[in-house]
Write a protein that binds this ligand. Structure first.
Ligand SMILES: *[C@@H]1O[C@H](CO)[C@@H](O)[C@H](O)[C@H]1NC(C)=O
Length: 229
């Protein structure tokens, strides 16, 4: 193959009495395509070779363009992957992890529930001191809350209630206050579009109380479905 190309080059060079350049057009050299055409007119013997050169030039451009496109797409894909890896945000926490069963509340003011046992805190958004999840990146999030309470014995007042809130505003609540059953449990799941810096927390309304031990009956979790920026 190389030998044929060399022969072609020699043929074209002597036939035209001009040097051939691989650097392509733009350096005082005639375009190889035009050269191929003119050689075909003047020298029938060079014609086949020059047509081959023209074809090779076309292929070179084709592969170069294809490679450039692939390189661009590869870089974009790599960037997206890095972005995805940098936005792994998920946390999950439970109220207590003590062996002894105990209750949080009731209080005479609304209070945030501080979930003390952290299962996972990817992205570091959950603060175990305050119970607040500060949204690290804007996006669509799945949020879940399960509450459980125990009145202690049948006939006692049960108040299994809590409210999921964003920036102090109630998003979804659960409420079960009665004297009919001793235990109650409820779950809330919502999907929300949250902005970076939003504060998600669980409010314990006045008079409500939740009870837990290392069985983790009370959990609060959130994870990022996808980033929106
Ligand atoms: C290939 O494409 C790049 C980018 O467009 C260009 O700079 C380079 O000169 C091309 N090479 C050839 C051999 O065509």
């Amino acid at each position: 193959m190389r030998a044929i190309v060399l022969l072609c080059l020699l043929h074209a060079t002597f036939g035209q009495n001009k040097p051939y350049s691989w650097d392509g057009p733009g350096q005082g050299e005639p375009d190889p395509d035009q050269r191929a055409g003119s050689v075909c007119h003047t020298d029938q013997g060079s014609c086949g070779c020059c047509l081959m050169l023209r074809e090779m030039n076309r292929l070179r451009t084709y592969f170069n363009t294809t490679l450039n496109t692939l390189e661009k797409e590869y870089l974009q894909t790599k960037q997206s992957l890095n972005n995805m890896e940098a936005s792994r945000i998920a946390f999950s926490a439970a109220l207590y992890s003590d062996d002894r069963f105990k209750c949080y509340g009731p209080f005479d003011v609304n209070s945030l529930i501080v979930y003390k046992h952290v299962f996972l805190n990817l992205g570091g958004g959950y603060n175990v001191q305050t119970g607040i999840f500060t949204v690290p990146r804007s996006g669509v999030y799945s949020l879940a809350l399960t509450v459980f309470s125990d009145a202690g014995s049948p006939g006692n007042s049960l108040a299994a209630c809590a409210g999921l809130q964003v920036n102090g505003q109630l998003v979804a609540g659960s409420r079960d206050q009665n004297k009919n059953d001793q235990e109650d449990s409820a779950t809330i799941v919502v999907v929300l579009h949250l902005k970076a810096g939003n504060q998600v927390a669980v409010n314990l309304p006045i008079g409500c109380f939740l009870c837990d031990d290392n069985s983790h009956y009370n959990t609060f979790s959130a994870f990022l479905l996808y980033v929106t920026e």
